[in-house]
Design a protein around this ligand. Structure first.
Ligand code: KG4
Ligand code: ZN
Length: 349
């Protein structure tokens, strides 16, 4: 077995998507995601329902991933899985399944941090496509439903968090704004869709005054809530009549907050390789704004394909592969960690 055709089966179940992928080295052979419709009417993920759906989905999802890859389960060299962060019940399904498979196949386990994996998704290679991953060191703006971070990536596993949200994550802000407008969960993609038809300057929202490279989105959410509450006093159809402008203006402010901070991080570190990752990296406003900023600041930007922005197991597999090369295997006694952290700068430094 040469290192470049090591076969990794990866499993991701940290939130509400049941995902499996197979990689040969850095090359992606299959990537399967089963979403969960069950949360749409609740305005957010219901943890108990998520774990039950993972339990139902995991066997067929893994089976399909192996079949699509054309790989027999006996040909797998290692099993990579998400240890955390995420919902404990959801993580337990993936971890327990991976352990059972590891014992059955007599193959090692590799535990992966979900947030590191979002960043390393930039190293996934796809057949017949150009492969140009970022060069170290690069900055990654990781924006998802649970996290908003600026990370200085010095090497695959040498990552330093330079700033993060003090309250809501960017994706959470999108989802909460959508909920205020009574749009179903997850609202981020819908806000993005309606924003395309709206005027980003129709409504203005305050810019948070947060020091250093940290973020805050809770004030923005509150001013959005008040705008709609006040608008409805005189016009019960306020949201319906202004939906596109509301979405465009809200998105404009979130994106400007994100771009301001990554610009500052680039200035402070002198790094000009800039990547984005996580579910909100699928946002068209953010993707366009990053391209524009790249032109202004002479950055080289890395914007992942849509399927590697939101949760997927391909990113767990690529991270697992780099750990395989370092022989970093986990014991069968591994446990999920809902608050699994990495790269935190010690206080005062
Ligand atoms: O990374 P992800 O799939 O899961 C987490 O690890 O949290 O991110 C999900 C988040 C949700 O909040 C969702 O609304 C948001 O990403 N999202 C978007 C878009 N697509 C997904 N937000 C804004 N615009 C989008 N196009
Ligand atoms: Zn994620």
């Amino acid at each position: 077995m040469s290192e470049c055709n090591v076969k990794i089966l990866a499993i991701e179940s940290s939130c509400d998507d049941t995902c499996a992928a197979v990689l040969s080295g850095t090359m992606l052979l299959s990537n399967v995601v089963a979403g969960q419709q069950v949360h749409h009417d609740y305005g957010g993920v219901v943890p108990e329902l998520a774990s039950r759906a993972h339990q139902q989905n995991i066997v067929p999802v893994v089976d399909i991933a192996l079949k699509k890859a054309g790989v027999k389960k006996e040909e797998i060299d290692a099993i990579a899985l998400t240890k955390g962060p995420g919902l404990m019940g959801s993580l337990l399904v993936g971890v327990s399944f991976a352990k059972a498979l590891s014992i059955g196949l007599n193959r090692p386990l590799i535990e992966v941090n979900h947030m590191q994996a979002h960043i390393l998704s930039h190293f996934i290679q796809t057949p017949n496509e150009e492969y140009s991953p970022p060069a170290f060191p690069f900055l990654c703006l990781t924006v998802s439903g649970g996290h908003t971070q600026i990370v200085l990536v010095k090497d695959y596993f040498d990552m330093q968090i330079l700033g993060q949200t003090l309250d809501d994550a960017a994706g959470e802000a999108f989802d909460k704004a959508a909920k205020i407008m009574t749009l179903p969960y997850p609202g981020g993609p819908l806000v993005d869709k309606f924003a395309k038809e709206g005027n980003p300057k129709a409504f203005s929202f305050p810019t948070p005054h947060i020091t250093a490279l940290d973020f805050s989105f809770s004030g923005l959410k509150t001013s959005f809530l008040y705008l709609i509450r006040d608008g409805k006093i005189n016009n019960p159809n306020f949201v319906e009549e202004h939906k596109n402008d509301l979405c465009a203006s809200f998105q404009y402010r979130v994106v400007s907050i994100l771009i301001d901070k990554i610009t500052r991080a680039a200035e402070e570190t002198g790094v000009k390789e800039i990547a984005i990752a996580g579910g909100v990296a699928a946002n068209s406003g953010l993707r366009n704004a990053l391209q524009e900023a790249a032109g202004r600041h002479n950055w080289k930007v890395y914007i992942p394909k849509m399927q590697y922005c939101t949760d997927n197991a391909a990113m767990i597999g690529i991270t697992g592969y780099f750990k395989f090369l370092r022989s970093e295997f986990a014991g069968i006694d591994l446990v999920p960690n809902a608050r699994f952290e990495f790269g935190r700068t010690p206080a005062g430094s």
